[in-house]
Every structure is written in C-alpha cells, then in structure tokens.
Design a binder for this molecule. Structure first.
Ligand SMILES: *Cc1c(COP(=O)(O)O)cnc(C)c1O
Length: 403
C-alpha cells in the first residue's frame, strides 16, 4: 500500500486548494511541523503535557458485561472520554498550540460546531497563555450554551457567525478569512483530519497517540492484536488516530462509522461513503473540494454543498478527511453508518451494561459493535474508540429518549 506518495496527497485526495495568499502560511506550517516532529525537545514537552495535563495514557477497558450481553467478540473500549475536557480533541489542540508557540504565533483562531474542538482549543490556549478566538455559527451557539461558556471562562473570545446555515461550515469559512487577514501573527488551529495539506497529516499524527497506546494495551491484555478496530467518523480524526498505528498489521480490520441520521433514503444524514439512496433525495456524495481539500463531499444535484443532519453535532459535516477516502479506495478500511436511533440505543446499552455514558458521536461506533459482535467468535477481539463522554449531550439524550 502506498500512502502520501505525492506531498500532501492521499492518492487522488487531499492537496492544497486555498487562496494564493495562504500558500506561504501553509509552507511555513509544514516546515515548522517537520522540524518539531524531529525535535526530541518538542516531543518531550508534548509527551509531558499529555501525561500530566491530559491524563494519558487513557485506559483500555474490557467491557465484560457488554461482551456477555452481546454473546460474541470480546469488546475493549479505548477511553478517550477520560481525557481532560472529555474527548480526543485535546490531543490535537494541545499539539497544535505547542506548534504555534514554537512558530512564535501567539494568536490562535479555531472553528467549532458542537463546541468540543472550541473547548479543546480554549483549554490548550489557557494552558500556554495564547490568545484564542473561536468562530461558531449562531445556530450552534444557541444549542451548545455550556460549551460557549466553558470557552469564555477559559478566556477565549467566541465570535458568532451569521452567514450561510450559521453552523460549522460557515464557522470554518470565517476562521479561514481571519487567518488570511492575520497570517503573520496567527495560527489556524484546525480541529479534524481535514483541510489543506499539511493539516490532515498534522492532526493524524497528533491523534495517533490513541492507536499507539491501544496497540500496546491490547497486546498486554490479550497477547495479540485485535481482529477489528471500530471508530466513528466525522472529519475523521479519532478514527485515523486509532487506525494509523495498525495500518501495517494486515490482519487487523478497520471500520469507520458515519452518521446515518434519519436514514440514507431520507436525505438527512452525513454518510459521505454510504451507497446511493434508492431514489434521489437531492443529497449525493461526489468528489469535490471543501475547505481546502479534495475528498467526498455531500452535494445537491447542481453541486452546492448539501445540508447534512446528525443527532451528533460532531459528525454533522458534509465532507470527510482525505486519508479515509484513500484507505477506502485501497480497501484497507471499510465504512458504514449508524442512524440517530441506533446511536441512541448505543447510548442506552453502554450506559446500562458498563456505567459509561458515551458521547452521541461515539455511540455510532457502539451501535456498530452491537450489530457486529454477536456475529463474531467468542475468542475474537474488538477495540472500539470511545471518542468522548456524553455529558455534553445529556439534554439531547433526555429529550430524545422521552419521545
Ligand atoms: C468532534 C468529535 C468527533 C468527530 O470528529 P472526528 O474528527 O471524526 O474524530 C467524534 N467524537 C467526539 C466526542 C467529538 O467531540
């Protein structure tokens, strides 16, 4: 398998589709990142903060009661929900904030949808004493008040975005606009394995700590590698972080789970890799460019970016990280989806069987475990990434489960 053969490309995907004015900033970022990657001092500083501040390594928990309930494969949970701020996003936010500091950029801009990446960025900036501005759609601000307040408490300025659908993709547009204007002083702290090169690689590398730990932990627990890795896929950072250190392990299967929303045939979903619906819904995934990278993008028949839907804000994005598109082409990773209802069932079952309330995003991966584990042999092993905890989603879960 060849990966990253042309700089910044994953096969036909990825690349740098940005205004000319941003090209020097991307080149500067790439050079700074390459230097940091090979600098033992930088890596030691990152490792130290991951250990003493984020709380790494996060545990790998054997889910014994869930395993017995489903009656098949042994299920292990990689506990990113136990990382500081409650999700994997902090791994990347902290890494990039350290990189910005190293580049002498003391102003950070970031975008956020549900607020998790905004909280991660605000937290990392408070820790390092950097100025932080987070762009957030007005719709998301209204539905994610606790996270808005968390960011503000950490000293971050939350800038409401009133253009377009007033959600994540509009917030990204504004963050990019700010970056173009202030590129001398400012680092754009991108939150998933998306965007122009070198972001998909940088974010993947900072999140690969998940897979490196999980690989060592499962070898210790089981004396062998897992049969399958399962993770939810929004932009794709928690999944690529788990998958990447296992890519060379030919017998380890990998499965990403997208947001099936109200079902593919409803047109209300964010499943970029799903087979086409039985009848046209006006929402179709095609190759396209969004926010600087080429990948699969959900579009309307005339090529506009489609409105997506998911019960989980973190999976509700019309495109997907370019490396996932490439892994799928190579048949190295497979992709499926879980609907809103299946994710809610996943929340219920994991809470009742293990006393762990997953984030709605992570519950999509749990939903796939519920489908798949019973069909697997009892001595087979699943590692599922629990990308975050459900505290942020309690209102939604309460409302939905009452109906
Ligand atoms: C943001 C988020 C996701 C989705 O983002 P990826 O980049 O695909 O990982 C998944 N789970 C949680 C808890 C999140 O906050």
């Amino acid at each position: 398998m060849t990966i990253n053969t042309i700089k910044g490309k994953f096969g036909p995907y990825g690349g740098q589709f940005v205004p000319e004015t941003l090209m020097p900033a991307l080149a500067e970022l790439e050079a700074a990142y390459e230097a940091a990657k090979n600098d033992a001092g930088f890596q030691a500083q990152l490792d130290y903060l991951l250990k003493t501040y984020v709380g790494r390594p996060t545990p790998l928990t054997y889910a014994g009661r869930l395993t017995r309930y489903l009656g098949g494969a042994k299920i292990y949970l990689k506990r990113e929900d136990l990382a500081h701020t409650g999700a994997h996003k902090i791994n990347n936010a902290l890494g990039q904030a350290l990189l910005a500091q190293r580049m002498g950029k003391r102003r950070i801009v970031a975008e956020t949808g549900a607020g998790q990446h905004g909280v991660g960025s605000a937290t990392a900036c408070a820790l390092l004493g950097l100025e932080c501005i987070v762009y957030m759609g007005e719709v998301d601000i209204a539905r994610q008040q606790p996270n808005v307040f968390r960011m503000q408490l950490a000293g971050t300025t939350v800038r409401p975005v009133s253009s377009g659908s007033r959600t994540l993709k509009d917030a990204i547009n504004e963050a990019i606009r700010d970056w173009v204007t202030n590129v001398e002083t400012t680092h754009y702290l991108l939150g998933s394995a998306l965007g122009p090169h070198p972001y998909p690689t940088i974010v993947r590398d900072f999140q690969s700590v998940i897979g490196r730990e999980a690989r060592a932990q499962i070898l210790e627990a089981e004396g062998r590698l897992p049969d399958i890795l399962i993770a939810c896929v929004g932009g794709g950072s928690n999944a690529i972080g788990l998958f990447h250190p296992f890519l060379g392990d030919k017998n380890v299967e990998m499965l990403g789970v997208e947001a099936g929303g109200s079902g593919i045939n409803s047109g209300k979903h964010a499943a970029r890799f799903a087979p086409p619906p039985v009848a046209s819904t006006g929402v179709e995934a095609r190759l396209g460019v969004l926010h600087g990278t080429k990948s699969f993008v959900l579009q309307t028949p005339d090529g506009q970016i489609a409105e997506t839907h998911s019960i989980s804000a973190g999976l509700d994005y019309p495109s997907v990280g370019p490396e996932h598109a490439w892994l799928r082409d190579q048949e190295r990773a497979g992709y499926t989806y879980a609907t809103d209802d299946e994710a809610l069932e996943g929340v219920k079952i994991l809470s009742q069987r293990e006393g762990i309330i997953p984030a709605l995003e992570s519950a999509h991966a749990i939903a796939e475990v519920i489908k798949r584990a019973p069909k697997m042999a009892k001595d087979s092993v699943i590692v599922v990434n629990l990308s975050g905890r459900g505290d942020k989603d309690l209102d939604t879960i309460m409302r939905e489960l009452k109906n």
